[in-house]
Design a protein around this ligand. Structure first.
Ligand code: MOS
Length: 727
């Protein structure tokens, strides 16, 4: 096993993604989407659809697929398509047409005659700001607004007024689509009342539970498989196409494939909200922060389903300050639903906070790293819980030396026609763990499997299971087969919240320990080869501790001598009481150099460096890739990416030609470094999450570099050329 066991499959095109599962007699489904942003479907004439060539089934709000309400433990109530006539956004699923071929289903869907009772649609975030409502930030139990004030300070305004130097600015970030390479899709197959679904997702056992609930089946009647997933980033925690495919397959008595087109992914799945954030910082002359105020607005659906937790994800925790006030509001709009997207909160939040810190450094005429170091926190403001392990200063030290930060001038430098600037920012992401169960099985041929239901959406978790399994079993890696992506495997390895390595890795250690104990018990049982001996385990073998002349036996030999093919155990870990004694977070220092053309204002990123403190690094190759991918996403957020809406609520750039993503020509060499300090307070493994932190802070580092190069402060991303043109 290599650190990326799935890589050969992926680079040779032989990986089997959901839709690559070729099943006999599969029918093909196509989604029909709303063409208004708000109202009711008044009527749907589908006679022409029904009589079109190859059509097998037509499902609408008037002839729906029978589904039961489902609430997911992580995400709350799941939106189920076609259950009512309400339309809350343009491009919402309102029909599902199944035919012999995909093309027939698509063509037939176009024949539907739909009328609407339209209602006034709210589509402008800017217009809605004035009537924003308090809203619960996602993934937080905190109230929307909270403050921590020093004794004797009456309000954050007083603390700001009393500061020697203040800055106060408003920042904007664009909504984004996950844009995973594999669009959302599913293949559903029924046999004897049991359902198998192939669908890319982030945790096969959770999607299986959703499906069982929606279809009214016992949990063990559903199997979800996703051994390879073409990217998820928070957008595949649930699978709407799986629900449609499974329900239609049951109606039609044959397998159904449901695939969203790239255009449909932008409106029929969920996105990252737009944000507006106002930040005021107050500092003493020496740079000590005295007051931090961070007010956030997130775009949202009318039910306020997901609110981007920008201030809660950043200013709440990052800096030492005596006075802190944050708030969260939402603007309900008739736009596609929102959900978690890689570094939800921390991503857009860090653009605002880390731009503001840079602005404060300019106002203080202080080096931006020195300002950050001066305000380094040992615990979140107002809380006693110290960070379990935090080496942010070291990240900045290592990074500054490596990047040549001492060559940075406060006014950038000029090289021919290019204005060159350097920027930096802090990155942080909470260190979390979820409950996880992993199975470890020893086989008679002296190989072992390490298995969990979850998913490796490209993160490297498969390699992590193999590496931790090999280490815990004291075996060469090439004797380990890691398995993921089957809901019938032990329930662990959920890929979300940057938790999978710490969660599934520590469960792997427990499972390996248990299976070794069981092996030793088997070896010393009355019919075992080491009966009556003291035994130990090392190097994949059982050996007698009290008779060193006795030859060790590999575990395969022990299994064969006792007539067994295999021996398996599961290990379960969950965050326990010790987690309540510390605060946990991964940290990083981001660096960016940009070159802005003096005349055209073209912006080229010329160097990127990220130095990260994420505990012990288990799978260095995959970890570097994860962080590099995140850093590139940060550049994309700063310079390329953003969903755009027309006044009618239509997404105007819903494909990968118009929704700009960086390509190789946009990205220089990316330098990723670690300062490695195992965090054994989070788990015995010592690893903390690193899946999301790579993008945190990077957009600010880019914007700060642009300011350093040009003197222009851009507070709205993505940055456009025209933002840098002089009037
Ligand atoms: Mo990721 S946004 O934690 O699924």
């Amino acid at each position: 096993m290599t650190a990326r066991p799935d890589a050969p499959l992926k680079v040779t095109g032989s990986a089997t993604y959901a839709l690559d599962n070729l099943v006999d007699r599969a029918a093909h489904g196509f989604l029909l989407l709303s063409t208004v942003a708000h109202g009711e479907v008044a009527s749907m004439d589908v006679d022409a659809v029904r009589s079109a060539p190859g059509v097998l089934g037509v499902y609408t709000p008037f002839e729906p697929l029978a589904l039961h309400p489902v609430t997911s433990p992580l995400l709350g109530p799941m939106w189920l398509p076609l259950q009512d006539t309400n339309v809350t956004h343009h491009g919402q699923p309102i029909g599902f047409v199944v035919a012999e071929t995909f093309e027939q289903a698509r063509d037939a869907a176009g024949l539907a005659a739909v009328t609407y009772e339209e209602r006034q649609a709210a589509t402008s975030f800017a217009d809605g700001l004035a009537s924003a409502v308090d809203a619960q930030p996602a993934a937080s139990e905190a109230p929307p607004s909270l403050s921590v004030l020093a004794d004797g300070v009456a309000s954050i305004e007083d603390a700001l007024d009393a500061s020697d130097v203040t800055i106060d600015a408003t920042y904007e970030t664009a909504p984004q689509n996950h844009a995973a390479m594999e669009p959302h899709s599913a293949v559903a197959v029924w046999a004897d009342g049991e359902l198998t679904v192939y669908t890319g997702n982030q945790a096969s056992h959770l999607v299986a539970a959703d499906l069982a609930g929606a279809l009214g089946l016992p949990a063990d009647a559903v199997q979800v498989r996703n051994p390879v997933v073409g990217g998820a980033f928070g957008g595949k925690a649930t699978s709407m196409p799986a629900v449609l495919a499974a329900a239609a397959a049951r109606e039609l008595g044959r397998p159904v494939k449901a695939a969203l087109t790239r255009e449909q992914v932008f409106t029929a799945t969920a996105n990252r909200p737009a944000t507006v954030q106002r930040i005021a910082l107050g500092a003493r002359r020496d740079g000590t922060l005295a007051a931090v105020r961070h007010d956030s607005w997130s775009s949202a659906t009318p039910d306020l389903g997901f609110i981007e937790p920008t201030s809660h994800g950043t200013s709440r925790e990052w800096y030492r300050t005596e006075n802190l006030a944050i708030s969260q509001k939402a603007v309900p709009l008739n736009i596609p639903p929102a959900t978690f997207m890689r570094a939800p909160g921390e991503g857009p939040g860090s653009f605002a906070l880390e731009s503001a810190i840079d602005e404060l450094a300019v106002a203080l005429a202080m080096d931006p790293i020195a300002l950050r170091t001066r305000n380094n926190s040992t615990a979140p403001p107002g809380e006693d819980l110290q960070w379990s392990s935090k080496h942010l200063d070291e990240c900045f030290e290592v990074g500054a030396a490596r990047f040549g930060w001492e060559r940075r001038s406060p006014d950038g430098r000029v090289e021919g026609d290019w204005l060159v600037g350097m920027g930096t920012a802090t990155a942080m992401f909470p260190g979390l763990r979820f409950p996880a169960t992993v199975g470890v099985t020893l086989h008679a041929d002296d190989t072992a499997t390490v298995a969990a239901s979850g998913a490796d959406p490209g993160t490297g978790l498969l390699g992590v299971l193999g590496i931790v399994g090999a280490e815990s079993l004291d075996l060469d890696r090439d004797r380990i087969t890691p398995l993921l992506g089957d809901s019938r495997l032990p329930p662990g390895g959920l890929s979300g919240g940057s938790t999978a390595t710490a969660s599934a890795g520590s469960a792997t250690m427990v499972a390996a320990g248990t299976v070794i104990e069981q092996l030793l018990a088997l070896a010393t049982a009355p019919d075992g080869p080491f009966h009556g001996r003291e035994v130990g385990y090392a190097d994949g073998s059982v050996h007698a501790l009290d008779d060193t002349d006795r030859a060790p036996m590999t575990f395969g030999e022990v299994l064969r001598s006792t007539g067994r093919d295999s021996l398996g155990a599961t290990g379960t870990t969950a965050p326990g009481e010790e987690m309540a004694k510390h605060s946990f977070g991964s940290w990083g220092a981001q660096f960016c150099e940009v070159r802005v053309h003096r005349l055209t204002r073209e912006i080229r990123v010329s160097r990127l460096l990220g130095v990260f403190d994420a505990g012990r690094i288990i799978n260095p190759q995959a970890a570097r890739s994860q962080l590099m991918g995140g850093m590139i996403w940060g550049v994309s957020a700063a310079l390329h990416e953003g969903i755009e809406f027309g006044a009618d609520g239509r997404v105007t750039n819903r494909d990968l030609a118009d929704y700009l993503l960086p390509v190789n020509a946009d990205i220089p060499d990316v330098d990723v470094r670690f300062v490695e300090h195992p965090d054994t307070l989070l788990s015995d493994l010592g690893a903390r999450g690193l899946g999301e932190i790579g993008l945190v802070g990077m957009a600010a580092a880019v914007a700060n570099a642009v300011h350093n190069a040009t003197g222009v402060r851009v507070r709205r991303i993505p940055i456009r050329l025209e933002d840098l043109l002089e009037d």
